[in-house]
Design a protein. Structure first.
Ligand code: AMP
Ligand code: MG
Length: 486
């Protein structure tokens, strides 16, 4: 276990030089205070959880203090936003403080979001509000606990610094951890500015540090692109299986590591709705829940375009062809597990589609459906769930097929429950839960955020004392409008 001043920095990205990022110091926020910290994220840096109690902790993560060996940089990138190319984005309000080398030999980027203006701030103020910082923190740690790859979050610090959005709010910072902060948009920037030497340098950097096993392949860049496709197919399969809507799948928000990245107006589905659009600013529904699959493919094509100086077009095309089949196989596998099925049958895809249609038609709570299905033996569970459906004949027909499908499973009720509860969370980060915790935090009470974080970091555990967090959302909580403003 280390203390804060024992962290070892090895700033590989900074060493790439000024073509890829600019040196910028964090601008502190006033009267900083610790809102919430994640022990699990601290463990990634070998930090003793008690480090969060030290005054130094708040100072380091609010821009008041800096390790002498950190080298804060704002990274340059571009990207496709809502389908249109934006030539100049970059870290407008976040800084890569440096890369910490842990005891296991892993590098973790320390990225301080809300750290002030940078050369890429454009019209922005370089700040992040408390509300969106808490949302990013909660989601990062919760998705990880659900088994959905994600950037991580070490802590949120709040302040008295006023920030103007639709109304006046206060500034906060979130410390994000990830093995890399390279986005699809990094490659797009160097491709569209015709800096092909730098593009190659970036590809070599990513290859060496994050896809080392591809280096020995006959075509290392192509092998890397294939792995990026595989990882993203797996990521999107998990999003779809667990009802996660990202909300702003612009290529600058897509990680080359295939982790959930740059949280904005995200949502987990309450009632199942394939057409749900969680981003209030997304008028055309480009990033609706079901569109996430074709959009991920589109984004990977945009990355492929940026890699044309390094990889032959026909190879890129063939690799992109892998995305959908990979996605489908992963998604089917996850959904089979959620249904408690122990083997594969060719009728499973249709069985799942029929269920989703029934859930949609009757606006059934997505998370609670699967948890309840695992609560009791299958015959009993479908009887309990039957009341949720409007189309009773449709549900009965589905249930009969489902029961037939599970008939030859010879596990005991308790083995079935353990297996299903291990993949079907009891607790999910519903927007209204985040909203309630944020409202308390905005009034200076951080107890609810900390408790919610605690509950959501063990989403599969029963936690009877927190059962109220697993209830259906109240009516007001189902229709919250979350915009891009952050
Ligand atoms: P996002 O929508 O958070 O993914 O951000 C898109 C781009 O806008 C990125 O380049 C951000 O760094 C930048 N940005 C967002 N908010 C701000 C802000 N308040 N100040 C400066 N830049 C910002
Ligand atoms: Mg972004």
């Amino acid at each position: 276990m280390k203390s804060l001043d024992e962290l070892i920095f090895d700033n590989r990205f900074a060493r790439l030089g000024d073509t890829f990022s600019s040196a910028v110091l964090p601008a502190p926020i006033e009267e900083p205070r610790l809102v919430v910290a994640s022990n699990a994220a601290m463990a990634l840096l070998d930090l003793d959880p008690r480090a969060a109690d030290a005054p130094e902790f708040v100072q380091l993560f609010s821009g008041h203090k800096l390790w002498s060996t950190a080298e804060p940089r704002a990274m340059v990138y571009s990207g496709h936003q809502f389908g249109s190319y934006n030539p100049q984005l970059g870290d407008g309000r976040g800084l890569l403080l440096g890369e910490v080398l842990n005891n296991a030999g892993e590098h973790w980027d320390l990225h301080l979001k809300g750290a002030g203006m940078t050369p890429y701030s454009r019209m922005g103020d370089g700040r992040a509000v408390l509300r969106s910082s808490i949302r990013e923190f909660l989601a990062s740690e919760h998705l990880h606990a659900l088994g959905i790859p994600s950037s991580r979050a070490l802590c949120v610090t709040g302040s008295s610094t006023p920030v103007r959005r639709e109304k006046f709010e206060t500034a906060a910072m979130v410390l994000r951890l990830a093995p890399s902060h390279v986005r699809f948009g990094h490659f797009e920037f160097f491709y569209y500015t015709r800096q092909h030497e730098a593009l190659k340098q970036l590809a070599d950097f990513v290859l060496a540090n994050h896809f080392a096993d591809c280096q020995t392949e006959a075509q290392p860049y192509l092998a890397m692109f294939r792995q990026i496709i595989e990882r993203n197919a797996e990521l999107i399969a998990r999003w779809q299986a667990y009802g996660f809507c990202h909300g702003v799948m612009n290529t600058d928000n897509m990680s080359i590591l295939g982790i959930t990245f740059d949280y904005g107006p995200y949502a987990f589905l309450d009632d199942f709705d394939a057409n749900h659009v969680c981003n209030h600013s997304d008028d055309s529904g480009r990033y609706s829940f079901s569109n996430q699959v074709p959009i991920a493919h589109w984004n990977l094509s945009a990355l492929g375009q940026a890699l044309t100086p390094l990889i032959a077009v026909e190879d890129l095309r063939a690799a992109l062809g892998l995305f959908l089949p990979l996605y489908q196989a992963q998604y089917l596998d996850l959904m089979r597990r959620r249904l408690g099925l122990q083997d594969a049958d060719e009728g499973d895809e249709a069985l799942i589609q029929r269920l989703l249609q029934l859930l949609q038609q009757s606006a059934v709570d997505y998370t609670r459906f699967f948890r309840t299905l695992g609560d009791s033996p299958a015959e009993q569970a479908v009887q309990v769930l039957r009341d949720e459906f409007v189309d009773l004949a449709g549900f009965d027909a589905w249930a009969a097929d489902y029961l037939q499908r599970t008939q030859h499973h010879d596990d005991t009720p308790s083995a079935r429950q353990t297996r299903m509860h291990g993949v079907n969370p009891k607790y999910i980060l519903r927007n209204y839960l985040a909203q309630e915790a944020i409202q308390a935090a905005e009034l200076g009470d951080y107890g609810p955020v900390r408790e919610l974080h605690h509950v959501l970091s063990q989403p599969f555990a029963e936690q009877p004392e927190f059962a109220h967090y697993a209830q259906r959302p109240p009516h007001w909580g189902k229709h919250l409008e979350i915009s891009c403003s952050s």
